[in-house]
Design a protein around this ligand. Sequence first.
Ligand code: ATP
Length: 239
Amino acid sequence: MLTIDNLSVSYKGIRALRGVSIEVKKGEIFALIGPNGAGKSTLLNAASGIVPVAEGRIQLEGEVISGRPAHLIARAGLIQVPEGRRMIGPLTVMENLLLGRQAVGARGRNPKDLEQVHDLFPLLAERRDQLAGLLSGGQQQMLAIGRALMGRPRILLLDEPSLGLAPVIIREVFDALIRLNKEGLTILLVEQNARMALEAATRAAVIEQGRIVHQGPASELANDPVVADHYFGRAAKVA
Ligand code: ATP
């Protein structure tokens, strides 16, 4: 579904990613875990066309998307929920959702999408006229996911959806992602909460200093003592 092949990205000459290759298969949740500054957001932003690719190639269902502008990549069906949700605070919940539909042009013209988003997150229907800026962090995360779904993604990319949320809200967000995946949505999930991410994922990779250092079935990585040692400390306290 999404093939990232030998990807390198630099910021003003400083390498943030070095020869990264991963493949997200149709229908799976693929988790990318790793410490602060490892390059996780850079990988998502390169796939979304927000940061330029220095070397390598990114393909969505066999079509090369690297080098295309971000809005065309979104229209091709690769949609990202950015870190920090990025709501438009002075707009209502409904207006934010509709922006997700507009952003992808003709792809987003199915009225059923709104019903499905409201079914997944009923509070977005209850609070449709409330300003997005007044929502709690967890509610904003749900709105950010809902807005992305309005663009009818073929693959959904999420950057640290658990960031700053209480454990019970993280559980709700992950349950929604697992439900979406069971309904057929392919997901690439970047997380520092390794335990939650590996529990939800089919396969996973660990990235450190811009390189993939482990890759395999999520259950295998979850049982790897080195991965557990490095990555379950903080998450273990959260879970
Ligand atoms: P975090 O969890 O903190 O978001 P991350 O794994 O997502 O970390 P990135 O944000 O991708 O990591 O950063 C990878 C490296 O690139 C870091 O060294 C970071 O300082 C650097 N970097 C990221 N964005 C920029 C930028 N716009 N300009 C310069 N350097 C950047």
